[in-house]
Design a protein around this ligand. Structure first.
Ligand SMILES: CC(=O)N[C@H]1[C@@H](OP(=O)(O)OP(=O)(O)OC[C@H]2O[C@@H](n3ccc(=O)[nH]c3=O)[C@H](O)[C@@H]2O)O[C@H](CO)[C@@H](O)[C@@H]1O[C@H](C)C(=O)N[C@@H](C)C(=O)N[C@H](CCC(=O)O)C(=O)O
Ligand SMILES: Nc1ncnc2c1ncn2[C@@H]1O[C@H](COP(=O)(O)OP(=O)(O)OP(=O)(O)O)[C@@H](O)[C@H]1O
Ligand SMILES: N[C@H](CCC[C@H](N)C(=O)O)C(=O)O
Ligand SMILES: [Mg+2]
Length: 486
């Protein structure tokens, strides 16, 4: 694509004043620049890529987009916000791929990964070719690719959509983090359906207040647009048991589908019962009463299923078909995942790394546990510190044997993170074992028949981040080894 064609997408740029080289790629990382690239300089939170512009030119960049004039041998186009421009240009360069996909975006503190997988299953079961983008990976059909962020930045995102279109994907379901919304990573992504799971405490290191965090998530609903097009109807799927939904209804002009358990809603679950095989409930909807019987457990899973059913209806999928898919969902890796190694107690590995998800996980276990509940839990470093005392309190309040350990300490001192956790506990007993492997072994050693061990926080992760190193670590494998060695 010619530079002029690209620049014509941006307002107030006198693009004819510049040369018009062929642009073979857009890059915002100088290390990825090739001969013929357009380099976009982003001032990040850790580095300012304007400092890498010269290196980008040496690597072959034929034009540079920047927020200030730079003395370079190639055209330098100055714009107000390069982050915003990156989204506009990436969308144009890749031929507006999200317009060619049925796009479902999910935001919320907890349940995004789980809900996205349930929706993917519903879509696949009606014969749709699917794509998925989220915490665990990007998936195009059955091919999986690693992702650095839950929601990648705009360039990677548009490139991925383009790849999806090329490979015949029809519907894409993706997690949209609050960070991504604030940083404009989904600017230009044309969502058909936006789903809200819930809002509870997390990420206050980044958003500072719950109000700001709530507002960040509202952007997804506002960004559904302002038109009513019968060929591309837009839907917001909202949780009526979460106060924040009131704000999101006001944020959007899209059609609204509500769901809930405690409050009345378009999709309303009642008579929820835990069974030996999972959970059963009755679904009231504009399409009548349906019985749902699923393998997933816990009230939080009912919410995820209701959200998924809302997304299915918004995608034109009949309720009966979506319910049949849900009955076949056995779970998502690292989300309430049972580990079986022939032991006479239960082991559950779960990605609960927020106060609310930890409370949900333990109280769900309380509903079926016949023995004691042992919880191994830590808190991530370089993340919301105010979660730490709360998570420790919850582990002590609801479990019989809380064992505090390390999650991903990252650049922080693991002992200091544990001190922050301990500050939340007053009077109740707990143990502290800094080394996560030792903590898991300790839990296994002390488990008696019918006890349940919950290993919380890292779920599907196959690494532990300590300092600036990543070590192989998989809770599921470690606990299996511990059981074998018992
Ligand atoms: C705090 C935060 O949101 N950081 C994100 C942000 O990084 P940043 O602003 O620090 O960027 P930077 O590293 O300073 O780089 C600035 C620019 O220099 C460029 N660069 C950099 C180095 C170099 O040698 N050459 C070069 O050109 C970079 O490509 C970039 O364009 O922009 C990057 C690109 O989009 C993200 O990868 C990065 O996520 C970091 C890794 C991160 O940990 N983010 C977390 C907090 C996050 O976003 N989490 C949410 C999920 C949360 C949840 O679901 O619970 C997520 O969506 O992943
Ligand atoms: N609807 C829900 N409400 C509360 N807790 C939930 C819900 N769904 C899942 N959880 C809990 O939260 C944990 C994380 O779930 P999941 O990975 O689906 O969330 P996520 O929103 O994708 O998280 P992240 O922001 O880290 O990507 C699960 O392991 C479970 O304990
Ligand atoms: N997406 C979440 C993942 C947290 C996972 C937990 N294991 C940790 O490292 O804190 C975050 O970046 O806050
Ligand atoms: Mg996720």
């Amino acid at each position: 694509m010619k530079l002029h064609t690209l620049l014509s997408q941006l307002p107030f740029i006198d693009y004819k004043a510049y040369d018009n080289p062929e642009i073979v790629s857009i890059e915002n990382d100088n290390r990825k620049v090739v001969q013929g690239s357009l380099f976009v300089c982003i001032k990040g939170l850790t580095v300012d890529a304007h400092d890498f512009a010269e290196s980008a030119v040496n690597n072959g960049a034929v034009a540079v987009l920047a927020e200030r004039p730079l003395d370079l041998t190639v055209p330098v186009i100055v714009v107000e916000s390069t982050r915003r421009a990156l989204a506009v240009l990436s969308d144009a360069f890749y031929g507006q791929p999200s317009h060619k996909l049925h796009m479902i975006g999910i935001t919320g503190t907890n349940g995004k990964t789980t809900t996205s997988h349930i929706i993917e299953k519903i879509l696949a079961d009606v014969g749709k070719q699917t794509g998925l983008i989220g915490t665990m990976y990007t998936k195009i059909g059955t091919k999986q690719f690693e992702t650095k962020n839950t929601t990648p930045e705009s360039l990677t995102l548009q490139k991925t959509f383009h790849q999806m279109v090329k490979e015949g994907v029809e519907a894409t379901v993706m997690e949209v983090s609050s960070h991504a919304l604030v940083e404009g990573r989904v600017h230009g992504t044309d969502f058909n359906v936006a789903v809200f799971t819930n809002l509870t405490q997390d990420h206050l290191d980044y958003h500072k207040t719950m109000d700001e965090y709530q507002r960040a998530k509202s952007l997804l609903f506002a960004q559904l647009g302002n038109t009513y097009d019968m060929a591309k109807p837009k839907f917001a799927v909202l949780n009526m048991d979460d106060e924040a939904s009131k704000m999101y209804i006001e944020s959007t002009s899209a059609h609204v589908i509500t769901y809930g358990i405690d409050n009345s809603a378009n999709l309303h679950a009642k008579n929820i019962q835990m069974t030996a095989n999972g959970t059963e409930f009755e679904l009231e909807s504009p399409f009548g009463l349906h019985k749902v019987s699923m393998q997933l457990v816990g009230k939080f899973s009912v919410y995820n299923v209701l959200a998924s059913l809302g997304a299915a209806l918004a995608s034109g999928i009949p309720l009966e078909s979506a319910i049949a898919s849900i009955e076949n969902v056995s779970g998502v890796a690292g989300r309430f995942e049972l580990v079986q190694a022939g032991q006479d107690f239960s082991v559950i590995v779960d990605y609960s790394h927020t106060p609310d998800s930890l409370e949900n996980a333990i109280t769900t276990i309380q509903q079926f546990a016949k023995g004691n509940i042992i919880v191994v839990v830590g808190c991530g470093g370089d993340r919301d510190k105010t979660k730490r005392p709360l998570m420790a309190q919850i582990a002590c309040k609801y479990s019989n044997r809380p064992i505090f350990t390390s999650d991903n300490p990252r650049s922080e001192d693991p002992v200091q993170i544990l001190n922050d956790m301990e500050a939340g506990v007053h009077g109740q007993p707990y143990e502290v074992i800094v080394d996560r492997k030792e903590a898991i072994y300790h839990a296994v050693q002390h488990a008696k028949t019918n006890d349940v061990i919950l290993i919380a926080g890292k779920g599907h992760e196959t690494y532990q981040l300590i300092g600036d190193k990543s070590y192989d670590f998989d809770d599921r494998l470690v606990v299996k080894e511990a059981i074998k060695g018992r």
